[in-house]
Design a protein around this ligand. Structure first.
Ligand SMILES: Nc1nc2c(ncn2[C@@H]2O[C@H](COP(=O)(O)OP(=O)(O)OP(=O)(O)O)[C@@H](O)[C@H]2O)c(=O)[nH]1
Ligand SMILES: [Mg+2]
Length: 318
């Protein structure tokens, strides 16, 4: 085991260029998406203080002089209770079978639990792929707690019969050791030319990113089962006609889906106040993303029990 806490030396300029894939896996809410964004230097994946925020793999691309590192952020692996949950877990397992490096994210502020052990056990069976244990959210704990966590994780690997390639504590929010993590992953990916054009930070289609930004805004402040029930689909994006060339406006029509009629009121809020706030908040981010003024038209619709209904799931893109 080697726990890194200092910056490593910059690689020699004669080193061959590398390009490859690393995925972040872990329990829901472990900080995978926040870490992905911190490494990329821009928001490519939405985040929320609720489990199961990420629902598809999101690729974030880190461009460096010596390497192009493609990070694959995955949904949190959990005990599934719905068909959606099963699908999300399947996505994670397909992803970790395909990448060059697996980053297993474990929050520093939560003791290792059965969920972590379950994932580690599965990882142990993927022999060929180097596995880095990433201790996230280190800003939330003192050094003693962190040290105990590092030891517990090292021990977990030993119990399961493998060595972590690295055990790295990071704080994405505090920007601690984020660059170091990239330095440690790069030597583990294969030599090769860049796989994505320079400057591309993600391969997410615009329409998907927009739907995600709306969902992120809609998730804020809702509790219990509601976050899981929300899905967003962008139906249409059209430049407004009759606008002067120097004052364009993009009309975006999107649906916020929920599972039951009783949830409608919560999402819309009294006199439509909540939905309006969701619209304002996400519109600002969409405008920043696209670099153009936007008129965002949001409608709330019921897709009955969509998390359990294969037909509805298909309609919503799962
Ligand atoms: N204090 C602190 N909070 C963090 C850090 N990283 C993530 N968080 C918070 O932890 C919560 C979950 O973060 P996400 O990045 O959405 O977690 P995730 O692992 O992608 O979650 P799922 O997509 O649901 O699996 C959010 O409220 C983040 O702000 C960190 O370094 N420090
Ligand atoms: Mg996530």
């Amino acid at each position: 085991m080697s726990v890194r806490s200092q910056s490593s030396e910059p690689s020699a300029s004669s080193a061959p260029h590398r390009a490859g894939f690393a995925c972040f896996v872990g329990r829901p809410n472990a900080g995978k998406s926040t870490l992905t964004n911190a490494l990329v230097g821009q928001k490519v994946a939405i985040t929320a203080n609720q489990p199961q925020t990420t629902r598809h793999t999101v690729r974030g691309i880190v461009h460096r002089p010596d390497a192009q590192l493609i990070l694959v952020d995955t949904p949190g692996l959990h005990k599934p209770r719905t068909l959606l949950g099963q699908r999300l877990n399947d996505i994670v397992r397909t992803t970790w079978a395909e990448v060059d490096v697996i980053g297993f994210c474990l929050p520093a502020n939560e003791k290792l639990g059965p969920g972590d052990r379950f994932i580690a056990k599965e990882l142990a069976s993927i022999k060929k792929t180097p596995k880095i244990a990433i201790v996230t959210k280190t800003d939330l704990v003192d050094s003693k707690t962190l040290a105990e966590q590092l030891i517990a994780i090292d021990q977990l690997g030993k119990e399961l019969g493998f060595e972590w390639a690295e055990i790295v504590p990071v704080s994405a929010v505090g920007d601690e050791q984020v660059d170091l993590l990239a330095d440690l992953i790069v030597p583990l990916i294969p030599e090769g030319p860049p796989l994505y054009p320079e400057g591309d930070l993600t391969d997410e289609p615009e329409q998907v990113m927009i739907a995600e930004l709306i969902r992120e805004a809609a998730l804020e402040g809702v509790r219990d089962e509601l976050p899981h029930s929300i899905a967003v689909v962008v139906e249409e994006m059209l430049p407004r006609e009759d606008r002067p060339a120097d004052r364009p406006l993009l009309d975006i029509h999107a649906f916020v889906y929920i599972e039951r009629p009783s949830q409608k009121g919560i999402v819309i809020g009294p006199k439509g106040k909540r939905l309006k706030e969701v619209g304002i908040k996400s519109r600002k981010q969409i405008e920043a993303l696209l670099g153009t003024p936007v008129f965002l038209d949001l409608h709330v619709k019921v897709a009955k029990d969509w998390q359990r209904d294969p037909r509805q799931l298909r309609k919503l893109g799962f």
